[in-house]
Design a protein around this ligand. Structure first.
Ligand code: KIV
Ligand code: ZN
Length: 415
């Protein structure tokens, strides 16, 4: 393996992501997101599943018309009607890819498709040949590849390569594989299959056991040179491998993952935000890379460390992923240094004499509220100053007086 090999990023936010409950998008919204994925630098945009609905077919066609740099892909089962619709949707594309798939595990063949292994191979080969009549770029996916009989899977893959597939995707459809297992799986299949050197192998990892990103990295170690992923990790059930996490794992730990991708990292956070805005589905606050807490610190020890040198508790910089950096969240675990810094950032001019009372009053309020907002901090500082003025030098607990005055004036109602 050479020092830094290129891995293609195949973004399926608009297909696998969009088909998850609560994430559906209108064609105009899909186009907006496709433009953002273009700015992000993804190599391939899977824009939809045209046979699923006329609106989705239109959306793919519109994206293929207007987004010209990346390859535009769309999904089709191994059925003529699906493939024809996909070919129609991709007609205007500068570079179009038909992505056809069929399940290869015995479970799916018997319980879902109710066809034999031979029928499966026939359908796969026919689909790839038919797709090749419309485009030279044809991706074949063996759905449920990781739970398929290995010898049979190799036969299917060999047959579709002979039929003209140019990318072979081996999805971990139900997020069942473990990282070491998936790495070996890619190694073995590439060693075993005739024609493996003529195609690009792709990994498509779901996150049912929370290892979708680890599996994608392991698949690269095993020779996958395309990974399929989504913004914010959205997708069926527990989702797909998160694009932003894969990209940052490669950047931060390139020593263990010597692969490059053509992504502009400063577009990661804007992409995540746009998706959240369009779908109305927010990202969990502790989500890696793009969650609200990904670069925030509340605990005093962490705040102190970050104020001295942010590398103590941050392995990447918010700015590098295009996110705002507001590292100090004031709450009941915060320390004096962070309170002083935050008050100074807000221009409150808190003196060293005032600081102990401001700190104690803030901690009392923080016990009542989960996180202190800018408005809370301003109000506490004002209340402490007012309490100090009315104490006029008498031995009064200024912090306690400030908090009780805030309560009397109605602070905290409706919390
Ligand atoms: O998870 C999966 O197997 C898929 C295929 C259709 C690629 O999404
Ligand atoms: Zn999937």
């Amino acid at each position: 393996m050479s020092a830094q090999e290129q891995v293609r990023i195949f973004d399926t936010t608009l297909r696998d992501g969009e088909q998850a409950p609560g994430f559906s998008l209108r064609p105009a919204e899909k186009l907006l997101l496709a433009r953002q994925l273009d700015a992000l630098g993804v190599d391939i945009i899977e824009a939809g599943f045209p046979i699923a609905s006329p609106a989705d077919a239109e959306a793919v066609r519109q994206i293929a018309t207007e987004v010209r740099r990346p390859v535009i892909a769309c999904l089709a089962r191994a059925h003529r009607a699906d493939l024809e619709r996909a070919a129609w949707a991709l007609e205007p594309a500068a570079q179009g890819r038909i992505h056809t798939f069929i399940a290869t595990s015995d479970l799916h063949l018997q319980a879902k498709l109710r066809i034999s292994r031979e029928q499966c191979i026939e359908a796969a080969v026919d689909a790839v040949r038919f797709a090749r009549q419309h485009t030279a770029d044809v991706q074949f996916s063996a759905e449920d590849a990781t739970r398929s009989d290995f010898d049979f899977l190799c036969r299917v893959v060999e047959a579709v390569i002979r039929a003209g597939a140019t990318t072979i995707n081996l999805p971990d459809t139900v997020g069942y594989a473990m990282p070491d297992e998936l790495r070996d799986f890619f190694v073995r299949i590439r060693e075993r299959v005739d024609g493996a050197d003529r195609v690009v192998f792709s990994a498509h990892c779901h996150d049912d056991l929370g290892v979708g990103v680890a599996n994608s990295l392991a698949a690269m170690q095993g020779g996958a040179r395309q990974v399929e992923c989504t913004i914010n990790g959205i997708g069926e059930r527990a989702g797909n491998a998160a694009l932003e996490e894969i990209v940052m794992a490669l950047r931060v730990r390139g020593d263990r993952n010597p692969f490059t991708v053509a992504i502009e990292p400063r577009q990661l956070y804007p992409s995540s935000e746009l998706l959240t805005r369009l779908t109305g589905q927010s990202v969990q606050v502790n989500k890696a890379v793009v969650g609200r807490n990904a670069f925030s610190h509340e605990a005093g020890i962490h705040q102190d460390g970050v104020l001295k040198d942010r590398r103590t508790y941050e392995i990447m910089r918010a700015e590098d992923v295009g996110a705002p950096w507001n590292p100090l969240v004031l709450g009941k675990h915060s320390g004096r240094h962070a309170v002083a810094k935050r008050c100074s950032d807000l221009g409150l001019g808190v003196s060293s004499e005032e600081l102990p009372d401001v700190y104690r009053a803030l901690m009392t309020v923080a016990d009542e509220r989960k996180v202190l907002t800018e408005a809370d901090i301003r109000q506490v500082v004002e209340a402490v100053r007012a309490a100090a003025r009315s104490a006029a030098g008498d031995p009064v607990d200024v912090a306690a007086a400030a908090v009780s005055a805030m309560h009397e004036s109605g602070y905290g109602h409706g919390v």
